[in-house]
Ligand binder design. Structure first.
Ligand code: MG
Length: 451
């Protein structure tokens, strides 16, 4: 005999009886209904009506300069829609195509409630998987479905993830300068704003702007006109000096972070990080490029400096080996790239078993919807570590309402159901996205340096 669902076979009363809610005398009511013959079934026991997806579309906008992609999922329930962040700023047009041309067709008619099933099915729907672009599209869909679930439940998403583990989200922000003195000044200004965690860089990533040196490849006319130059040896020498100066000038209380941005050879990274031990960094981020993961074991054995890793990982499976081997301390997932809230939560939970904490990647090329997704997870999970702060300019806040807010170094989300962020599509259309996407960094001889 073919399987038939309970809903068609049995009436609701029979189902309640089976699960023990329908027995006579339950709650002292003496009736054959869980809640009494004459009483109305409470709203919490009614369940939710079926809602299906009617459209999935990309909204592309760049109010703050960076290309942002937001997925809007519309439903059969009038007025009910969800928003998610699918931003891949460097290949934005490709993500728009993945959403409008493929996700829309795949999702229309499907139930909005079954997020895990949707994630698993859309993940394998292209057969080949785990690449950027498609993962960004899935991230946007996933976050939008969590937004819808929150709206249906009348709860902020952090409530659906278990409720608050903290009153707000401690954040770090970025200090920089071209000299140690300039960096110190920048740190002090940020401390005045209430931040206790500050990332320090000298000359941007890899000291690119700290030295005013014309590289040989430029003189030779090699590479593109806008290609950057990195003097790796200068960088490796300057970072310990910067840490020493900032620690001396700003005291022991401030927590200092630094992002290597993967741009040095593994053994050079190991030697430099060892030199930073005495300045007690909170973490050193992206010490090695994804191609150099095999060096992590040696890095870990060489130093006790806490490490953050993973913003360039495309695939949650990439986290498993380094995490169960405890090669790093902070999970640096780009939630709008890894596939959304659903897979990010799985990696976060894995971290709890190994005392590995979260530090979601929160740069300017994530939409306010994406930052809100970070913040809702941050509010709920126990093994939260730190969050990268963000600030939204006026134009951004004209396009997006309900953005996460910053106060004294803490990020907060509003209490609206879902992710709490809305988009004004008319305003968004005022800021078209661009297609310029080159960020090349080269050695003196012109060799490309991998981030
Ligand atoms: Mg980084």
């Amino acid at each position: 005999m073919k399987y038939q669902s309970n809903e068609t076979n049995e009436n609701r009363r029979d189902i309640l009886k089976k699960i023990g809610l329908g027995s006579a005398g339950l709650f002292g009511l003496g009736t054959n209904s869980a809640f009494g013959k004459d009483k109305e079934t409470p709203a919490y026991a009614k369940g939710m009506s079926k809602v299906t997806i009617t459209s999935v579309k990309a909204i592309a906008t760049a109010p703050q300069g960076s290309n942002l992609i937001v997925v809007k999922v519309e439903t059969s329930e009038p007025g009910l829609y969800g928003l998610g962040c699918a931003t891949f700023t460097q290949r934005a047009v490709a993500v728009v195509a993945a959403i409008n041309s493929y996700l829309h067709d795949f999702c229309v008619g499907k139930d909005v409630d079954n997020i895990e099933d949707m994630w698993q099915s859309v993940y394998v729907s292209s057969y080949w998987r785990n690449g950027p672009v498609l993962n960004n599209a899935i991230s946007g869909l996933d976050q939008a479905l969590w937004d819808i679930k929150g709206k249906r439940a009348g709860m902020p998403v952090y409530q659906l993830l278990g409720g608050k583990s903290r009153f707000a989200i401690p954040c770090y922000t970025h200090a920089s300068g071209n000299t140690p003195e300039e960096t110190i000044e920048s740190v002090k200004k940020i401390q005045e704003r209430g931040f206790k965690y500050i990332r320090i860089q000298q000359g941007g990533y890899g000291a690119v702007t700290a030295i005013n040196q014309q590289p040989d490849f430029k003189a030779a006319g090699f590479g593109g006109a806008t290609d950057n130059y990195m003097n790796q040896q200068y960088y490796l020498k300057s970072v310990p000096l910067m840490f020493e100066a900032v620690r001396k000038a700003c005291g022991e209380e401030v927590e200092l972070l630094h992002d290597i941005h993967e741009r040095v050879n593994p053994m050079d990274a190991i030697n430099m990080i060892k030199k930073l031990e005495e300045f007690r960094p909170f973490f050193i981020e992206d010490p090695l490029s994804p191609e150099n993961m095999k060096w992590f074991k040696q890095l870990r054995a060489s130093t006790t400096v806490p490490l953050a890793m993973g913003e360039l990982f495309n695939n949650i499976n990439e986290f498993v080996e380094p995490m169960i081997n405890q090669w790093f301390d902070f999970i640096r997932i780009h939630v709008s790239q890894i596939g959304g809230i659903t897979p990010a939560m799985k990696v976060a939970r894995l971290g709890e078993w190994f005392n590995i904490r979260t530090a979601w990647h929160g740069p300017g090329d994530v939409s306010p919807v994406g930052h809100s997704a970070h913040a809702h997870i941050d509010m709920a999970i126990w093994n939260f570590g730190i969050q990268e702060a963000v600030s939204f300019n006026e134009k951004m806040q004209e396009v997006f309402s309900g953005c996460p807010t910053m106060n004294q170094g803490y990020m907060s989300v509003n209490e609206a159901p879902g992710l709490g962020v809305d988009i004004n599509e008319k305003e968004a259309a005022k800021y078209p996205i661009g297609t310029k996407s080159n960020w090349q960094v080269r050695k003196d001889d012109g060799t490309i340096i991998r981030p």
